[in-house]
Design a protein around this ligand. Structure first.
Ligand code: SAH
Length: 362
């Protein structure tokens, strides 16, 4: 018998064609998605608006397979971090950051990461594998369930950021399918503005995202010249800054487009001089953008220090005086190692493989 289909792998369009293929109407897909993503129900018996025959068919041919939360840590600032087991060898981390006016879920897209950014602890692990769609959307579903969203019907997760482990644009298809589910009114129904894909600069991926699903974009820039960026964000050797900044410009060419978030980790004596700030202003002069300065979060075996707050403020002032909106990102959850760049998950070193770091142009 063929393997059962995991329904968490399908977005609305895929599910509509699945139902058409088995002789059902497409609205069955909408009913099913509502059960899964709006009511949190993944037991066919409870899906009372599906006919008995259809439920029996689905039970025989499909299933709901999700990863499993195996640990939860709570920070004194309310941030929660879950360790999520994907399979016997691999686990990842997902973080929920509550604030007065929003709740942000930070999700992972790969086990480990192949990009080797020098200041990131995920990079130290190497790369194991891409997450499937069900493992990506599963983080959102499990977080909603754990936080009580399905019971209370109150939206607890208002924003989703692809800023956990891994490079989202190197797991493009699964990331896009999960974004479809986050946006779909039959599913989580979030607006494009409330979903942010953060990338270290995979230029063809940025252009594809612009065509497929123009959600908010964040760029991990961290340097204002190629020489430094080649060293601390090595993917820059494949996609240099001029190409990356042109892609940013293309991403924001429509009038109503949101500005791009530029992430800039503040590394003491590496990229934090006033000259660096002036160079950054030049890089961004024709790109609608806002800058997030991120104090470097330490982890064991890190060779960097964070810039002092005085230095960060002076850097920020240069940007602001030049007309660039800039803030210092508040560090959240660092007492439970849930802050930017501290997510590690777990996997067996012997499963580490190397991923091709460039993306084929389509
Ligand atoms: N691979 C993606 C998303 C994951 S990282 C990307 O590079 O954008 C999310 C953000 O945290 C990135 O801007 C990343 O550069 C930053 N980051 C990584 N390590 C960090 C650290 N130790 N301290 C502060 N920020 C860090």
């Amino acid at each position: 018998m063929a393997d059962k289909i995991n329904l968490f792998e399908y977005d609305r369009k895929m599910l509509e064609s699945y139902f058409l293929n088995i002789g059902e109407k497409t609205f069955r897909a909408h009913q099913l998605l509502k059960w899964i993503y709006q009511y949190g129900i993944i037991d066919f018996e409870s899906m009372t608006n599906l006919s008995y025959d259809l439920r029996t068919y689905l039970k025989e041919n499909t299933l709901f397979k999700l990863p499993e939360i195996i640990d939860e840590k709570k920070s004194k600032d309310g941030t929660k971090k879950w360790l999520i087991k994907l399979d016997e060898k691999n686990s990842i981390e997902t973080v929920f950051i509550p604030e007065s006016d929003r709740g942000t879920l930070c999700i992972s897209t790969q086990v480990g990461c192949a990009l080797d950014c020098k200041f990131c602890s995920t990079a130290k692990q190497g790369f194991s594998r891409n997450l499937t769609t069900s493992e990506i959307i599963g983080q959102v579903w499990l977080a909603n369930k754990t936080l009580g969203h399905f019971k209370n019907k109150k939206r607890i997760i208002t924003n989703i950021v692809f800023m956990g482990m891994g490079e989202p644009l190197l797991n493009y298809n699964n990331v896009i399918t999960s974004i479809n589910l986050m946006l779909d009114d039959h599913c989580f129904g979030l607006s494009k503005r409330r979903i942010t894909v953060s990338t270290s600069g995979i230029v063809p991926g940025i252009d594809r995202l612009k065509e497929d699903n123009k959600v908010s974009l964040a760029i991990s820039l961290h340097a204002s010249n190629d020489e430094l960026r080649n060293n601390i964000v090595p993917i820059n050797r494949s996609y240099p800054m001029s190409d990356l900044l042109s892609a940013c410009k293309r991403y924001t060419e429509e009038k109503e487009d949101d500005p791009i978030t530029i992430e800039y980790v503040m590394l003491k004596d590496i990229n934090d001089s006033l000259q660096d700030a002036h160079n950054l202003v030049k890089c961004l002069h024709n790109i609608p953008s806002k800058v997030n300065l991120i104090p470097f979060n330490k982890f064991p075996e890190a060779h960097f220090e964070s810039s002092d707050y005085g230095v960060i403020n002076a850097f920020r002032d240069v940007l602001i005086k030049s007309g660039i909106f800039a803030i210092t990102r508040k560090t959240r959850g660092d007492d439970i190692d849930a802050a930017c760049g501290q997510l590690v998950g777990k996997f067996l070193a012997k499963s580490i493989k190397h991923q091709k770091n460039t993306m084929e142009l389509i």
